[in-house]
Design a protein around this ligand. Structure first.
Ligand SMILES: Cc1ncc(COP(=O)(O)O)c(C=O)c1O
Length: 425
């Protein structure tokens, strides 16, 4: 530790030097000092059960000794080379062995990049331009992805609503939007635009909304029938819903997927993976100048990140790792649903055991517009009450860690009881 600056001093400093006083990811009213296992501490020394998990990467817990040792060993030998390194090659091999659609892998540094290049690969392979995405689906920050992620006033399908200033108007013509879990609408659009459509991209578990029975299977069928690529964004679900990701968990195999978060073990690393004939478009010698898609990145396949990722995957492969993760998540989801019900608060606890949240709505949530029917004010208050009680989470997600202990679960239940007591009063 260098200076003993207080949290409020750091917050003031952040307000001066960072727009909005934050890195842009999370409110700047908290500064995290350190994390271990399923807990983090802020700069005031206040302890939290951590369901933010760094927005997902820390599935095996903060500062896991195996991951730390693997990263430290690499750091001592030099931290980046641009050329191939052993750890990146071995991580690619591990991804190919684990993920059903993955015959080959291309590394990048962030999930946003992975999604951008997956869409580019679909365009290069099909020689068509348009991409279909689902309203409320998140695929990172590229101009193409930031369409109808969180429209305040949802538009008419399939017209996209850009989520950000600075997105060229012309790109609106390249993206089609459909409602999640509505196979009929998506299938209609795939058929109507088949001559122009390169791919359909989706989060198989969209934020915290599971796919309705038959939805993923139907998309697989309709895209295959029309020569359109199916892209699963598994930046969140990869190695989390199962070792083979959502495609293993839900039993539907896409043409391409993107991975991030868990595979970097807490360091910046992400990937595009998929069928070899599509991945060939990253290789000029395989497809020639016309089909070649340009893609380079200074830190792609970084050895520290790859070694941390490999150490993380080794932990996830231990016996009963996913059983334990799911048991913790199931207990948390069940407890939260029961407590809200007892208090008479209309609520849907939704997601899958490794990641979930509640939507304070009387109706089941099937799509983005369903989430808008939730009581957002009460949700904000709930999250704020939980923060006061030592629970750290994102606005709309509890990420469960393999490192969360029965004591963490008990602590969380007590915080829920006390916060729910005050909700609606
Ligand atoms: C489903 C999904 N795709 C892509 C991304 C973007 O990843 P990154 O933040 O690494 O750019 C995220 C980030 O949360 C995500 O949740």
């Amino acid at each position: 530790m260098t200076t003993a600056e207080t949290q409020s001093g750091l917050i003031d400093k952040a307000r001066r030097v960072l727009p909005g006083g934050t890195f842009g990811n999370f409110p700047g009213d908290i500064v995290i000092r350190e994390g271990r296992g399923g807990r983090v501490w802020d700069e005031n020394g206040k302890e939290y059960v951590d369901f933010l998990l760094g927005s997902g990467p820390m599935l095996v817990g903060h500062a896991h000794p195996d991951v730390t040792a693997a990263a430290q060993a690499r750091i001592a030998e030099g931290t980046t080379f641009f050329a191939n390194n052993r750890y990146g090659i071995e991580l690619a091999e591990a991804i190919v062995a684990a993920v059903p659609c993955a015959e080959q892998v291309r590394f990048v540094s962030t999930g946003s990049e992975a999604d951008l290049y997956a869409m580019r690969a679909a365009r290069a392979f099909t020689r068509r331009d348009k991409i279909l995405k689902f309203e409320g689906g998140y695929h990172g920050m590229s101009d193409y992805s930031l369409m109808s992620l969180a429209p305040k006033r949802p538009g008419n399908f399939p017209q996209p609503v850009p989520d950000s200033a600075g997105i060229p108007k012309s790109l609106r013509d390249e993206i089609l939007i459909a409602p999640f879990n509505d196979l009929e609408v998506a299938a209609g659009l795939v058929r109507e635009y088949r001559q122009e459509l390169a791919g359909v991209i989706l989060e198989p578990l969209q934020r915290i909304i599971p796919p309705a029975p038959g939805f993923l299977e139907g998309l697989r069928r309709i895209t295959a029938e029309n020569g359109v690529l199916l892209i699963f964004d598994e930046v969140v679900t990869g190695f989390r819903l199962a070792y083979g990701g959502a495609q293993e968990y839900y039993g539907v195999v896409p043409d391409l997927c993107t991975l991030g978060k868990v595979i970097g073990g807490g360091f910046p690393l992400a990937a595009i993976a998929g069928r070899a004939e599509i991945m060939a478009h990253f290789d000029r010698s395989a497809v020639g100048d016309d089909g070649f898609m340009m893609q380079v990145g200074t830190l792609s396949g970084n050895p520290v990140a790859a070694a941390a990722g490999l150490a993380t995957l080794a932990i996830l492969q231990r016996p009963r790792a996913y059983e334990r993760l799911f048991a913790t998540g199931r207990e948390l989801m069940g407890t939260l649903a029961e407590l809200l019900k007892k208090r008479g608060i209309a609520a849907q606890v939704t997601g899958e055991p490794p990641l979930f949240d509640v939507v304070l709505s009387p109706e089941p949530v099937r799509d983005y517009r369903g989430t808008l029917r939730g009581n957002a004010d009460m949700m904000r208050r709930f999250n704020a009450l939980l923060r006061e009680r030592g629970i750290l989470k994102g606005e709309q997600k509890y990420y469960v860690s393999l490192a969360h202990t029965p004591e963490d679960v008990r602590y969380t239940s007590n915080a829920w009881v006390s916060a729910i007591e005050l909700l609606g009063t």
